[in-house]
Design a protein around this ligand. Structure first.
Ligand code: ZN
Length: 719
């Protein structure tokens, strides 16, 4: 029951979250509750917080009743329509309305909404867990698979649903089933404990600086933050200029110290606190790690897998541990020598400038000296680029690129024209095929950061998915947290983006394209539904590459006051930044991936986890972590997120996206006619086929050959 899983799994990339839901129309329920009106786009402004609980409870009850009747109907002959399409219809109202509540919870949070959300969520999880272990549905899916009259797409949908239910324990009976459910509850509990320990031990720590001499090197923005944190902690007299300054282990607070604070002693203190989070006292995760790994193995054994890695990979594109390790080793061969060279150069620079008597760089000095070397070698600051990146120009450039590559026209619809939105800054766009003029999809864009009630990061989410049964075309939410326009004495300054914000916009737009340009009519496999976890970041990372494509970038990078194009030398510096210390960056990601895989595949009960960690670090890293390092104790991705035996997915998808972009580079990006042809092919394969075809086959159809990691290495300057 893939949709059930999709409802709760968020795919997180570094700064992106995407999740997905499917939908259909329901007309015979209480239409006075705006949340339950699912005929068209959501009526955001008419949804009242106090009506949400009532609405969701109504839908929960209705879905449960409909599902029970549906189970009974599966007694006799079954067809794709009576099993899959019927289920899609039954689940749509709840998924649609809950999708809106989750969306509002992320972009327009309030205490009231958060309370309702927390009240309803466990009920929804409970219902979906119950449906996932439905024996009648499981039997019906397997009958369909035996009948052999399904189309390829239908077969893949039924097969994934059946596998997913199998992994949900539907096939187990008696003691085994009891134990399976026990383990799942215990794992859910441990995962919450794990992330709470990380959170609480992060929160518990503070470093107060009171001496002006101690803050040397810190930028004004960091001092403002540290003073604000001091005020919040009760030190009402703190000012950015005179302190006291309160530093915490949250990343936005931690990083400026590591990168800019002159005092190595203070950096050391903060660094040691950071790498030992959740490793001692009441927030210690050491035992939780052992318990989680042990229970995961037991759970896998109940489902007849030898190791948890096999369970995890059974639903991923890589499919076998061997394939993952091959990729990691291949990338390591190229990046480790580069990482060593980069590290030696950094050390040399450090010894020269700091006149240090040491012959080694301390771990807590690395971010600081990396930053100094970067300033020297690249010679520009983020702020130098910002005036050239006005949001409206960037959007215009992005839409022009999309038209050129994929033959689509994107037109803005003013929200005053009956488009209901959740905030005045939200914009709404419609996509048409530029040849046939057919309406294809629409999307909301919520571009700016609103720390008071909007979650950080960026993500694409589905508002509506394409579906023949539900008669729906796709609608997406593209959510960014970019720099808002500023009012100043000189007048209003429009939204000026950082380079990273532009990349993020392209990234989310890439996810959106796959959601919106899908040509699959079956809801459960349309757009990003049913796509393997390790393949879903292909279109998003593919789109990021265009930010480094000179004609594309310079087409929109124009000074907001003078319209002057960004100077060539500034663009060259951006290019150079992409590969700066890239070997070390790559090795670090490979190290995390390999360690995650080893823990879920090779670990024996008698193994010492710290020894294992240090052995893998020896192999993967140019600079060894300190003995005190306990980063596993705060590795949320694999102990409380969805990345267990799956951290490698980041690199896997990056190989695919780089290799796809490589096809465009091979033609020569200046050969417009051929590039256009290839763009059309990308649309008809990668963007159109969604989760209806295995990603290996889709990729091969686009690329004409199997996956190859050369392009990724080349883009990182490692080939
Ligand atoms: Zn993403």
């Amino acid at each position: 029951m893939i949709k059930v899983l999709n409802l709760f799994l968020l795919f997180n990339c570094a700064n992106c979250f995407i999740s997905h839901l499917n939908k259909k129309c329901l007309s015979n329920i209480k239409m006075n509750n705006a949340l339950l009106d699912n005929n068209d786009l959501p009526k955001f402004s008419k949804i009242k917080s106090e009506e949400i609980e009532e609405g969701i409870n109504f839908l929960l009850e209705k879905t449960e009743k409909d599902f029970e009747e549906y189970e009974k109907s599966l007694n006799g002959d079954v067809t794709y329509k009576s099993v899959i399409e019927k289920q899609e219809e039954i689940l749509f109202p709840l998924e649609y309305s809950w999708g809106i509540v989750s969306h509002l919870n992320s972009v327009k949070n309030s205490e009231e909404l958060r309370n309702v959300y927390e009240k309803c969520q466990p009920l929804i999880i409970k219902l979906f867990n119950k449906m996932e272990q439905s024996k009648p549905v499981y039997d019906a899916l397997n009958s369909l698979l035996e009948m052999n009259d399904l189309s390829d797409i239908e077969h893949r949908i039924v097969d994934t649903m059946s596998k997913s239910m199998h992994l949900g324990g539907v096939g187990l009976v008696n003691e085994k089933k009891k134990r399976f459910n026990e383990i799942n509850l215990e794992l859910a509990d441990l995962s919450t404990k794990f992330s709470n320990n990380v959170l609480d031990s992060t929160k518990e720590y503070e470093l107060i600086l009171t001496n002006k001499g101690d803050i040397e090197g810190l930028p004004d923005s960091a001092l403002a933050l540290y003073s604000q944190q001091a005020v919040q902690a009760g030190n009402k007299d703190s000012t950015p200029e005179n302190g006291p300054w309160r530093i915490t282990l949250d990343i936005p607070s931690y990083l400026p110290v590591m990168k800019h604070l002159k005092s190595s002693e203070i950096r050391k203190k903060l660094y040691l606190a950071y790498i030992t989070r959740a490793s001692e006292g009441k927030y210690d995760n050491t035992e939780n790690i052992k318990k989680i790994l042990g229970l995961r193995k037991e759970l896998s054994n109940l489902l007849n897998f030898n190791q948890y890695s096999e369970l995890s990979l059974s639903k991923k594109m890589a499919s076998k541990v061997k394939n993952v390790n091959e990729l990691l080793n291949l990338l390591l061969d190229k990046s480790k020598p580069a990482a060593k060279k980069e590290y030696d150069r950094l050390k040399e620079y450090y010894l020269l400038i700091s006149l240090s008597q040491l012959d080694e760089l301390n771990s807590w000095d690395i971010p600081y000296w990396t930053e100094r070397l970067s300033e020297k070698e690249l010679g520009f600051k983020e702020e130098d680029i910002r005036p050239y990146l006005k949001l409206d120009n960037v959007l215009e450039g992005l839409f022009k690129l999309a038209k050129f590559l994929f033959d689509i026209n994107i037109e803005e619809v003013l929200t005053t024209d009956n488009i209901d939105v959740w905030h005045k800054d939200v914009r709404f766009f419609k996509i048409y095929d530029s040849k046939t003029k057919e309406y294809l999809a629409s999307f909301y864009l919520d571009p700016f950061s609103r720390p008071e009630n909007k979650r950080g990061g960026a993500w694409m989410n589905s508002c509506l998915g394409r579906s023949k049964v539900l008669d729906k075309k796709p609608v997406a939410y593209l959510i960014c947290n970019g720099s808002p326009p500023v009012k100043s004495e000189e007048g209003n300054i429009p939204s000026l983006m950082t380079f990273r914000e532009v990349e993020t916009l392209f990234h989310e737009f890439g996810h959106g394209l796959q959601h919106m340009l899908t040509e699959v009519d079956d809801g459960p496999a349309a757009g990003i539904n049913n796509i393997e976890w390790d393949a879903v970041e292909l279109p998003s990372q593919f789109m990021e590459n265009w930010c480094y494509h000179k004609p594309t970038f310079t087409s929109f990078a124009k000074h907001y006051k003078t319209d002057e194009q960004i100077p060539d030398e500034l663009f060259e510096k951006i290019l150079k930044q992409k590969t700066f210390m890239a070997g070390n960056g790559m090795c670090r990601q490979l190290y995390f991936s390999a360690l995650d895989m080893y823990l879920h595949n090779d670990l024996n009960e008698e193994d010492d986890i710290l020894e294992v960690k240090s052995k893998i670090a020896q192999k993967f890293l140019a600079k060894q972590p300190l003995n005190e390092d306990r980063f596993l104790n705060s590795f949320n991705h694999i102990f409380s997120g969805g990345y267990s035996a799956g951290y490698y997915s980041y690199k896997w998808a990056e190989v695919m996206s780089a290799d796809s972009f490589g096809a465009f580079e091979e033609i020569g990006l200046e050969n417009e006619k051929e590039i256009k042809e290839l763009g059309k092919k990308f649309r008809k394969t990668i963007l159109a086929k969604g989760g209806g075809t295995h990603p290996t086959n889709v990729f091969k159809e686009f690329r004409g050959r199997d996956l190859n990691s050369d392009a990724l290495l080349r883009h990182n300057g490692l080939l």
